[in-house]
Design a protein around this ligand. Structure first.
Ligand code: ADP
Ligand code: MG
Length: 256
């Protein structure tokens, strides 16, 4: 099950960055994550797909401890997830997260959005933080928007700022939870292209998405979830052309 494909990013299969072992979580009576075992190698790009309500967002949120787990273990770069306090803040900074709904600070400029965490969490000085922020905004193609407020930007631009903001913390892994689902169709590609580039640059990424083109071209591995379980995982070519489980066949027949 946990075979790691060594395709696009030349991933070293032995270098485990994110490791979940027997993770279980309930919301009341709902067993939302059931015995999740998942290992992600440094530099690997894993796309998580599955029906709505299958636990994909909850999985992401447990990895940066926005949600607690009931049992099992999660470790990042060999360190178990701390429960609270400064260690948790540092750990969170190692895990960049990009949400469907951008979540930028509305009353801060684009530049401030990308400098704030660097100054507060990473204790960078303002000048260095701004320099780095401008470099990242340039990298995601929104350098000209640095002094604007989020509401003055298009959705695609806001999402690219959100990516720059996460990258500013030098994360070890980036989590994307349906980053293009709230975007108008013409803006989806500009965000996917930034993500593609990030993947090519060797970033370790966990991406929940319905963009199967992205999965095919960027993912080393597709993880298919249903009802709180990992039902199937495979290289994208294999998964899309020859899904093994009925759940995956059924899901793919509805979306492709
Ligand atoms: P997905 O992202 O795959 O659509 P989620 O992880 O968001 O799935 O949700 C999985 C299940 O857990 C859903 O049934 C959802 O209603 C439920 N759920 C998610 N968050 C909470 C919460 N905070 N409290 C109670 N139930 C929740
Ligand atoms: Mg979700």
């Amino acid at each position: 099950m946990t075979e790691v494909s060594v395709a696009k990013n030349d991933v070293a299969a032995t270098d485990e960055l994110v490791v979940l072992k027997s993770v279980n979580k309930h919301f009341g009576a709902l067993h939302v994550l059931q015995d999740i075992d998942l290992t992600i190698a440094r530099g690997e790009v894993v796309v998580v797909i599955g029906p709505s309500g299958s636990g994909k967002s909850t999985l992401c949120r447990t990895i940066n401890r926005l949600e607690t787990i009931d049992s099992g273990t999660i470790s990042i770069d060999g360190k178990p997830l701390p429960q609270e306090g400064k260690a948790l803040a540092r750990l969170r900074a190692d895990v960049g997260m990009v949400f469907q709904s951008f979540n930028l600070f509305a009353h801060k400029t684009v530049l401030e959005n990308v400098t704030l965490g660097q100054i507060k969490v990473r204790k960078a000085d303002r000048k260095q933080a701004e320099e780095k922020a401008r470099g990242l905004l340039d990298r995601v193609g929104v350098a000209a928007q640095a002094d604007k407020y989020p509401a003055q930007l298009s959705g695609g631009q806001q999402q690219r700022v959100a990516i720059a903001r996460a990258l500013a913390m030098d994360p070890k892994v980036m989590l994307f939870d349906e980053p293009t689902s709230a975007l108008d169709p013409e803006m989806i590609n500009e965000v996917l292209e930034v993500m593609q580039q990030l993947a090519r640059d060797g970033m370790t990424m966990i991406v929940v998405t319905h963009e199967m083109g992205f999965a095919r071209s960027a993912a080393n591995r597709v993880v298919f979830m249903a009802d709180g379980r990992i039902v199937e995982e495979a290289a994208p070519d294999q998964f899309f052309s020859n899904p093994r489980s009925d759940r995956a066949k059924d899901f793919l027949s509805k979306i492709l």
